[in-house]
Structure formats: C-alpha cells, structure tokens
Design a binder for this molecule. Structure first.
Ligand SMILES: *[C@@H]1O[C@H](CO)[C@@H](O)[C@H](O)[C@H]1NC(C)=O
Ligand SMILES: *[C@@H]1O[C@H](CO)[C@@H](O)[C@H](O)[C@H]1NC(C)=O
Ligand SMILES: *[C@@H]1O[C@H](CO)[C@@H](O)[C@H](O)[C@H]1NC(C)=O
Ligand SMILES: *[C@@H]1O[C@H](CO)[C@@H](O)[C@H](O)[C@H]1NC(C)=O
Ligand SMILES: *[C@@H]1O[C@H](CO)[C@@H](O)[C@H](O)[C@H]1NC(C)=O
Ligand SMILES: *[C@@H]1O[C@H](CO)[C@@H](O)[C@H](O)[C@H]1NC(C)=O
Ligand SMILES: *[C@@H]1O[C@H](CO)[C@@H](O)[C@H](O)[C@H]1NC(C)=O
Length: 473
C-alpha cells in the first residue's frame, strides 16, 4: 500500500519536473540557415530536373509532379499479420487534443502534442530530433500504426484490432477530479462502446489492444487502495480480455499489460540516419565512468536508495551528476542530457518516480550502459524489447539488500572487454526501442511499433489457438 501512496506523490513530481523544462530556447544558428538554403537549392534543382524529365518522357503525368516526387515508395507488409484501427468517435482521441492546455493539470501539453506527438523539433541536434514528452507514446503509436504497412481496412481479415483511445492524456486531465464518476466517465463509455462492436464479439476482445503513454498505476484505482488520481480503466473486466501496452506495467497484477519503451528524442526516418548515429555512439570518447541525471526525492521510503545513489555519485570523482532542481536547469535540456550520457560508460537508473524511467532509454540511446537497482525498472517490464539475459546489456546492483556496496568499486570490477560487449549490445538495441518518424513508411529498421505489433500478433494467435491460456494467466 505504501507503494501506491508513494507513487501518487512521485508521479506528480514527474509531471511537474517536465513542466519546468519546457522553456527550452531553440536557436537556429547561421550555419543551420546556410545548410537549409543549400538543401532548398538542391531540392529545387532536382525538382526542376525531374520536371523536365517528366515533360520529355511522360507528358501525361505532369499534371501532378509534386505528388510523384514526394511520396515515399509504398512499403509492403513483410509480416504475416495485419492491424485494423477502430474509427472511434473523436471524443476518445482527437477532440481531447483540441483542449491541450488542460490535458495535464501540471503542464501545458500543446507544444508536446504537435508533430503527431513528437513535439517541437530540435534542429541543433539534427533533423530527426524532437523535444518529445516522456508520457506521449499513445499519440506517436497511433500515427505510426496509421502509416504502417501492415495496416488493413478489411476488419474481416485482420489479426489485430487497435482501439486508439488517448486514455493517458485523458487520465492526466482528470487527476484532481474528486468525483470518481466524472473521472471514469469517458473510459467507462469507451468500454461500453467497444463491446457493442461486431469485431469485439467475434473473439471476446482477445485480439483487441490499446496503448497508453502513462504507467498502469494511473488506470488502476480500486476500492481497497487510497485514491491517487487514477481512473479504473484497467481494472474493468472487459479490458482484461484485451492487451494493453503501457510504459510501465504493474509487475504483479498486469497479466495483460506489456511494457513499451518511453519515447526518447530521436525519431529517424531512414536506416542510414540510424546507422550513422549508432556508429557515432560506438566511437565516441567516454570520459566518465558513470553518471546520474535526475532529481533528489524527499521523504518517501523507497526514495532512500535514490538519495544514497546520488550521494555516492557526488562523492566520486568518476561520477558526473546532472541534478534537476526546481526551475529551469540543464537537466531539462535534451541536448545536455544526451551529452552527459554519451560521455559516460555507465548511467545510473535508480527508481524514484515510479519503478521505470524515461532516462533508461535516453541513456541507452546515447550508448550508455544502464545500471539498475530494481528488477522492475526494466527486467520485468520490457520483455519484448530487451534481451532476456540482463547481464548482456546492463548492470544490477542490489543496494537495497546491502547499503554499504560502493557503486564505483562494483563498476571498476567489470573487465574492459565486458564493458565493450555490453555497450555493443546496447547500441545494437537502439532501433528496437526507437519510435521511427511516423511519416516515414520505409525506414528500414524494426522500431518499437514494429516489434510490439509482431509480439502482439504472436500473442493473440496463441491465445486464440488455446483459449484456456487466458483463464490460466
Ligand atoms: C506468423 O508466423 C509465425 C511464425 O511462423 C507463427 O507462429 C504465427 O502463428 C503466424 N501468425 C499468424 C497471424 O498467422
Ligand atoms: C507528417 O505528414 C503530415 C501530412 O502529410 C503533415 O501534416 C505533418 O506535418 C507531418 N509531420 C511531421 C512531424 O513532419
Ligand atoms: C458525481 O458526478 C455525477 C455525474 O456528473 C453526479 O451524478 C454525482 O452526483 C456526483 N457525485 C458527487 C458525490 O458529487
Ligand atoms: C472475456 O473473455 C471471456 C472468455 O475468456 C468471456 O467469457 C467474456 O464474455 C469476455 N468478456 C467480454 C466483455 O467480452
Ligand atoms: C555523427 O558524427 C558526425 C561527426 O561528428 C556528425 O557530423 C554527424 O552529424 C553525426 N551524426 C548523427 C546522426 O548524429
Ligand atoms: C531480481 O531478479 C533476480 C533474478 O530473477 C533474483 O535473483 C533477485 O532476487 C531479484 N531481486 C529482487 C530484489 O527481487
Ligand atoms: C555488503 O557490501 C560490502 C561492500 O561490498 C561487503 O564488504 C559486505 O560483505 C556486504 N555484506 C553482505 C551482508 O553481503
């Protein structure tokens, strides 16, 4: 029970922390402008050449040359599944975005819902970088599936049914509503609506799924535990027939919940960008043994470990700390965060907010080996995305059990070739936990959405083959 209480107060800090960071100044340097000019000139020239080509060889198609030039080649579905998107009444998704100022009681979400949830561009870091909000995955996933090669309009033949409810955004707009009935209303209506659909009835919803950018705790209010702002969506029995993707699953009760990575800042459209980034991260000079990016927490029981970790980092000359205080700080600037992580061999991922942290994925994106202090920060969460053997890509330090363990000593004990091996695995994993740019259909690597859809389809196939499995789960 203390756990849920704890999560309540901390979850709010998580939102506030982010609110403080949004005053990011984006400066486009002269160099960038020159680059843009070059790109425009190059683009215009190629467009003219193409135009001439069309004029000479194919006069009939000149009526729409732009479309021919701009559309990406249609990618084909290489997997043996298909996904159908419910055309929900817009009150369940797009209408919520119109009211983006009140989508989160702690922060204005308007800048974060732009660009299909990628947020504002970060041109200083490259064209595929965005100030993506940590709790926005549901928007990006919706956009990605809408543009996915395995999307089908033929529900008869579909393997998977995606219910695009922006439940996380809706939940965070209602945290302070004291009236449970109004807090739950939209979720309850959605569940009623979906059960009425013919495709639900075909398999009792077992081939249906939803995806939320918030933790499962935000949808699991029950009568036995104190109110911590959540609604009851995931505790409703029809929803238990569905699969639910969340950035943090309930480690003990989330039988139908599957952990998906928090979105980071890099959303490439092509595999060449991805490979270039992976190469850069392989060769970069890492001058710090370890680092920590985050805020101290006060008071709560679970937080003892976090404070101990911060203290150890501060006391070590081999640890770089980027502390998030109140007010604007470097720790809210994606560029500063990534810079610290890409110069470090190990990145401490101590729980504090909830069990999981967005920072885990930011650090692995920067090729930094994550150090965990709880099994539930990653190992019990992201089974579809991370290797089953945690020692291949991470370090586990059981500080809870033995408070006198010195992190620095433990990390120095790891032989250099093992460090190299872990780092290589982390860098190889980057595509898997990346959200590719939703506008790109031929990005040439398997991203979060590709991996999740494939895993869901395998899961649903086996569920429908042996119906009793669900009852055993
Ligand atoms: C897709 O292929 C995999 C592996 O061959 C198989 O296990 C799965 O049942 C297939 N899924 C569907 C929907 O046909
Ligand atoms: C993606 O494409 C849509 C429609 O073509 C466009 O409105 C949108 O701005 C694009 N998004 C991004 C992030 O470039
Ligand atoms: C909560 O809201 C519902 C619906 O708006 C209303 O019928 C009910 O009276 C409210 N309950 C309380 C305790 O205010
Ligand atoms: C959920 O699945 C069970 C069978 O596993 C079925 O009996 C039940 O009716 C389903 N619930 C809904 C709301 O469809
Ligand atoms: C990789 O590093 C090179 C050289 O520093 C830089 O020019 C390039 O932009 C980097 N690529 C990416 C994708 O960050
Ligand atoms: C974490 O998981 C490992 C492997 O399953 C187990 O040996 C260990 O006891 C767990 N640690 C805690 C604190 O639960
Ligand atoms: C706790 O860790 C310290 C430092 O690594 C070690 O000396 C000690 O033996 C450990 N205690 C237990 C009970 O494992």
């Amino acid at each position: 029970m203390w756990r849920k209480n704890h999560l309540k107060s901390i979850r709010k800090e998580k939102d506030e922390e982010y609110a403080l960071g949004k005053k990011l100044v984006i400066v486009t340097s002269l160099k960038d402008i020159q680059l843009h000019l070059k790109v425009i000139v190059l683009f215009t020239t190629s467009l003219m050449i193409w135009f001439l080509f069309l004029l000479v060889f194919s006069p009939k198609r000149v009526s729409n040359p732009i479309r021919v030039f701009l559309s990406t080649p249609p990618a084909e579905c290489k997997d043996n599944f298909s996904v159908y998107i419910y055309n929900l009444p817009s009150k369940y998704n797009f209408d919520l975005l119109r009211d983006c100022t009140s989508l989160n009681i702690y922060t204005d979400m308007c800048p974060h819902v732009t660009n299909n949830g990628l947020g504002s561009p970060l041109p200083q870091m490259g064209s595929s970088w965005f100030t993506t909000h940590q709790l926005i995955a549901e928007l990006i996933i919706h956009a990605r599936i809408q543009n996915h090669p395995c999307l089908t309009e033929d529900a008869h033949k579909s393997t998977l049914f995606y219910v695009p409810f922006y439940g996380g955004l809706h939940a965070s707009s209602k945290f302070r509503d004291p009236n449970y009935t109004t807090r739950d209303a939209l979720a309850v209506e959605l569940v009623e609506y979906i059960q009425e659909q013919q495709w639900w009835k075909r398999n009792s919803g077992k081939d249906h799924f939803m995806a939320f950018g918030r933790t499962a705790w935000d949808f699991m209010r029950s009568d036995e535990v104190p109110d911590f702002g959540a609604n009851k969506l995931l505790n409703m029995s029809p929803v238990k027939n569905m699969s639910v993707l969340v950035v943090e699953r309930h480690p003990w009760e989330g039988h139908n919940q599957y952990g998906i990575p928090y979105p980071s800042y890099f959303h490439p459209s092509t595999s060449s960008e991805m490979v270039e980034w992976q190469n850069n991260m392989s060769y970069i000079d890492r001058i710090h043994l370890f680092s920590f990016v985050g805020a101290p927490r006060t008071g709560k029981k679970k937080v003892v470990t976090r404070d101990k970790v911060i203290k150890q980092c501060e006391e070590s000359s081999k640890c770089l700390i980027l502390k998030c205080g109140h007010g604007p700080s470097k720790c809210h600037n994606p560029r500063e965060v990534v810079k610290v992580m890409m110069r470090s061999n190990f990145c401490l991922q101590v729980l504090g907010d909830s069990y999981t942290r967005r920072s885990t994925f930011d650090s692995m994106l920067a090729g930094c080996i994550p150090v965990f202090f709880s099994n539930h920060t990653a190992y019990s969460q992201y089974k579809w995305f991370l290797p089953s053997d945690p020692t291949t890509y991470s370090v586990y330090i059981d500080l809870e059990r033995n408070h006198s363990i010195r992190i620095e000593e433990e990390l120095l004990k790891i032989p250099m070739d093992e460090v190299e091996r872990k780092r290589r695995t982390v860098i190889e994993l980057i595509p898997t936990f990346t959200y590719a740019h939703p506008n790109s259909t031929s990005y040439g690597f398997k991203d979060v959405v590709d991996v999740a859809l494939k895993a869901l389809s395998d899961h649903v196939t086996s569920l429908l083959r042996s119906p009793t499995l669900l009852d055993l789960a």
